[in-house]
Design a protein around this ligand. Sequence first.
Ligand code: NAD
Length: 367
Amino acid sequence: MPRNSFRFGPLPARVLFGAGTRAALAEEARAAGIHRALVLSTPQQAGLAETVAQGLGDMAAGLFSGAAMHTPVDVTLTALEALTDAGADGVIAVGGGSTIGLAKALAARTGVVQVVLPTTYAGSEMTPILGETENGQKTTRSGPEIQPEVVIYDVDLTLSLPVAMSVTSGINAIAHAVEALYATNGNPVIDALALEGIGALVGTLPAIVADPTGVAGRERALYGAWLCGTCLGSVGMALHHKLCHVLGGSFGLPHAETHTVVLPHALAYNAPAVPGVIAALAPILGDDPAAGLQVLAQRLGAPHSLRDLGLAEDAIDRATALAMQARYPNPRALEETAVRAMLARAWAGEAPLSEPISETAISEVMA
Ligand code: NAD
């Protein structure tokens, strides 16, 4: 913002939204070109995957229920054997970002068609991005073959998402939209989706905590997650996503919880550089949106320190160094001391602080 000149690519996935939409799965998979499908899930959602496979009849070629967080490459290679043994030409992923990540990893290696049924708010289904972990390092790649062809957002599948996970997953979604608002390659269409998505989630997360099986509240959250995932898939992310990527990939921290803890701090870090974004967020999150996000998360019972998520204090230096390594666009120049101080506050669970930008950083941004 302001966005006077931009590029906008059409959003490639076919989307079905609404309660009961999973009934169209077999028809959609067939139309997408699948003859034999391997159904994917985590071990925790194996029962749901089994039910989905039964509904596919002859099209179901097998089940693989070993998906794991941060898409470990060894799990993908085992799933690849299952895919080959089953003679499958498509995968059907039922689950959150971990299961969808596995579908993407298989599609990246084989070109299989993907139909996905998201059960969290992580948003991976709307992106052509794959993050994989090997030897303690998380790397990402992206390409059109990674984007799932069909996304079935069946609200019923989200009713079982535990309250704590619903809150952190919802804030994970909000993080995509927040960073889209200051993306250097952003555009006004994505800005509109971002604000709509953030508004939907901020409005409905308290309703989900109060009534986790209320369909209307869940519908609103899934709608918000779809929009926020679209933001993630359409424009570049910045410091917040880089930090979470490092904390998840190199320190094994849980994905959604880490996003929840870090987002207020990352937004506070960037706030002095993006007054227009802060003004746009104020009607939804208050005059200090970074503080507003932290208050919301705490009110909904979410974790608020990296210490509570299991990060050792002496990991802060290495995490800072890793976050500083790769160059990526961020609205505020990356100042090592300020990034470290911000991570230290997130570690201790302190309030987010918008430190003034140093003179050197201002001249770097202006250059
Ligand atoms: P997840 O998929 O790991 O799910 C967490 C746990 O909740 C799992 O045990 C899962 O089986 C369970 N679960 C999921 N939905 C449920 C439901 N409705 N009811 C009951 N249990 C349910 O968590 P996530 O946060 O969705 O995904 C995190 C992973 O996704 C990370 O590896 C992250 O890097 C990746 N991700 C990737 C992208 C991308 O664009 N590439 C985007 C977002 C997240």
